[in-house]
Ligand binder design. Structure first.
Ligand code: GTP
Ligand code: MG
Length: 197
């Protein structure tokens, strides 16, 4: 699938203020700094569509981008950033979980995981919560350019083994790099198949 147009639509502090046109959408979630905004830019071939930063905690609202004037990609704030106040953490958690649980047109949540790290408790808990809530999701490993291909494959296998401890069936899994554009075709192909289903 080709992305021909990608435009910022709006930023919302809660689900009720998100676009009301019922178009299908795909959201990107994961720890702060994992590369959510960068991945959206990579998929769209636009460097400055979603705001990125080397410092965690850049994205603070629910950001909608309309693609090919037909469907949305949604950039969410990250979770798990330690240097936030308790109130701010609670506010963001409420924003994220409220959006995910209430958004009827949400076709798939892409959970981003940094491929360099071992399975982290906070991600596993989030994945288990999505599964238990019946939300369709896929796992997207990010920053594959930072490791050798062999190390990437090994870490992905370790992650699958960890998930298999809890889940009988594995979700769709993608390996990506926003630097080298690895995984772009696979992810867009998956979105296309969901769009058509
Ligand atoms: P928050 O909005 O703060 O939650 O972060 P985010 O998940 O949106 O991350 P963002 O896209 O802003 O990227 C964080 C940092 O990681 C930036 O410095 C990016 O350049 C870098 N980065 C993101 N993706 C990749 C990647 O695939 N490879 C490499 N090498 N760096 C990446
Ligand atoms: Mg971001």
């Amino acid at each position: 699938m080709e992305i021909n147009t990608a435009e910022f639509t709006l930023s919302a502090p809660r689900e009720s203020m998100c676009p009301k046109d019922n178009r299908i959408e795909y959201a990107f979630i994961g720890r702060s700094n994992v590369g959510k905004s960068s991945l959206i830019n990579m998929l769209c071939g636009k460097k400055k569509l979603a705001k990125t930063s080397a410092m965690p905690g850049k994205t603070l609202l629910i950001n909608h981008f309309i693609i090919n004037r037909e469907w949305y990609l949604v950039d969410l704030p990250g979770y798990g950033y330690a240097k936030r106040s308790k109130t701010e953490k609670a506010r963001l958690e409420q924003m994220i979980s409220g959006y995910i649980l209430q958004r009827k047109q949400l076709a798939c949540v892409f959970v981003l995981v940094d491929v360099r790290h071992e399975p982290q408790q906070i991600d596993l808990e989030f994945i288990n919560w999505l599964g238990a809530s019946g939300i369709p999701f896929a796992i997207v490993f990010t920053k594959a350019d930072k490791l050798s291909a062999g190390k990437v494959a090994g870490n992905v296998e370790a992650y699958k083994a960890k998930l298999t401890e809890t889940w009988e069936e594995l979700p769709p899994i993608f390996i990506t790099s926003s630097e080298t554009r690895v995984g772009k075709e696979e992810l867009l192909g998956y979105i296309d198949s969901v769009n058509k289903s």
